[in-house]
Design a binder for this molecule. Structure first.
Ligand code: NDP
Ligand code: PYC
Length: 344
């Protein structure tokens, strides 16, 4: 027989139900409670459905590593403290974050409706996910939202070359008529850590400007950058935004910064542990009366962007979502095989 080279770009197409089933079985084998299994599966299957390779079912591998390192509380039930004011606090008790968000969401929506402005403070969670599923869930209630979270100290501040800041994503959502809100969600590093890991697995170079090696020289080698430091996007501007995330979603809420998360990791190399700050805004309370007129103005603005031939953020994801509904969710074949091994 002639040996064949595996096609690393091959995709397996699988229905959302079948993918959720495999993912849930893999998570359940890690000893996670059913509530955590379901909440995590919802987030990572949604990521894969939307063709977010760095935060789709690939994250199952990070979850497995984190659980095996023995730090994650696998069955903890998050505690929600709503108290009637605008700030809703959720203690995740060192469990994974998706369940903590789901448990806090109804109180956040209620607080935002009551006060016009609401905040969800999640503390002590292991965080591995993209932020847009949370932002979309809030926008589905007709609210605008902003989410921030630190990660691990992987990124050098602009002008420096020692890792200090996290990849610190910022996500924003704006409700629109129809199923799809305006959403952007990006790491404040030039490349997300998840993408660096995917380059490292595939043995492919990073985009120019992603990081420096341990000697502080620019490098496109993912292994060298992992030993050195990643860089913020947009130089001093991304660096300042990243610092804001450390302050607002770390110091302000009394939880760890990326540096402290890294210290807690003690070299285990698992997903970061820290907090998250989510702000929600009720347009009806802010707009000065004529909600319909203000909604029309925002639609005109977004329409003027696409009228130039530019695309809105999340359009790629929404298109992938529709393809997944029509043809099944595309999962890279090697990853699919790896996930099946987790449940074998
Ligand atoms: P990308 O750079 O891939 O995308 C950032 C945003 O810009 C997306 O909303 C994307 O929409 C949009 N976008 C991309 N290209 C264009 C374009 N040409 N025109 C208009 N909009 C565009 O994201 P990142 O790699 O920085 O981050 C990926 C994910 O990683 C995020 O979901 C983030 O939450 C997650 N992350 C999580 C961390 C954590 O600690 N939990 C840490 C860091 C990152 P679209 O998706 O449609 O392309
Ligand atoms: O991609 O940078 C990242 C990341 C960190 C934690 C989860 N994702």
């Amino acid at each position: 027989m002639t040996p064949t080279t595996p096609d690393l770009n091959a995709m397996v197409h699988i229905s959302e139900t079948a993918l959720s089933d495999i993912v849930c079985r893999a998570l359940a084998r890690l000893g996670l409670s059913d509530a955590h299994v379901q909440a995590i599966a919802r987030v990572i299957v949604a990521g894969q459905r939307d063709a977010c390779q760095s935060h789709g079912v690939y994250r199952l591998l990070s979850c497995a590593d984190a659980v095996r390192a023995g730090k994650v509380q696998r069955t903890v039930e998050p505690t929600v403290n709503a108290g009637g004011g605008p700030i809703v606090q959720v203690d995740a008790g060192f469990g994974f974050s998706p369940l903590a968000f789901e448990r806090g969401l109804p109180s956040l929506v209620e607080a935002t409706r009551r006060h016009g402005l609401g905040a969800l403070v999640v503390r002590r969670c292991f965080h591995f996910s993209a932020l847009w599923p949370e932002i979309e869930a809030i926008a589905a209630h007709g609210l605008a939202a902003l989410a921030l979270t630190p990660s691990h100290a992987w990124v050098a501040p602009a002008g420096g070359h020692q890792p200090l800041l996290g990849t610190n994503p910022i996500a924003f959502g704006w409700p629109r008529p129809g199923p799809y809100p305006y959403v952007f969600d990006f790491a404040t590093s030039a490349i997300a850590r998840g993408d660096l890991e995917l380059h490292r697995r595939a043995g492919t170079p990073l985009p120019e400007g992603s990081g420096v090696n341990a000697q502080g020289q620019l490098s496109t080698d993912p292994v060298a950058v992992a030993r050195g430091a990643m860089l913020a996007f947009g130089g001093h501007k991304g660096s300042a935004l990243s610092t804001m995330v450390e302050l607002m979603a770390g110091a302000l809420i009394g939880d760890w910064t990326s540096r402290e998360s890294q210290a807690f990791d003690e070299g285990a190399g698992v997903t970061p542990a820290h907090g998250e700050l989510i702000l929600a805004f009720d347009p009806a309370a802010f707009c000065g009366g004529d909600l319909e007129a203000q909604a029309a103005r925002s639609e005109a603005l977004l329409g003027a962007i696409t009228a130039q031939g530019a695309r809105l953020p999340s359009e790629r994801r929404y298109a992938a979502r529709e393809r997944s509904a029509a043809h099944g969710i595309a999962v890279p074949a090697p990853l699919h095989a790896e996930i099946l091994r987790l449940i074998a």
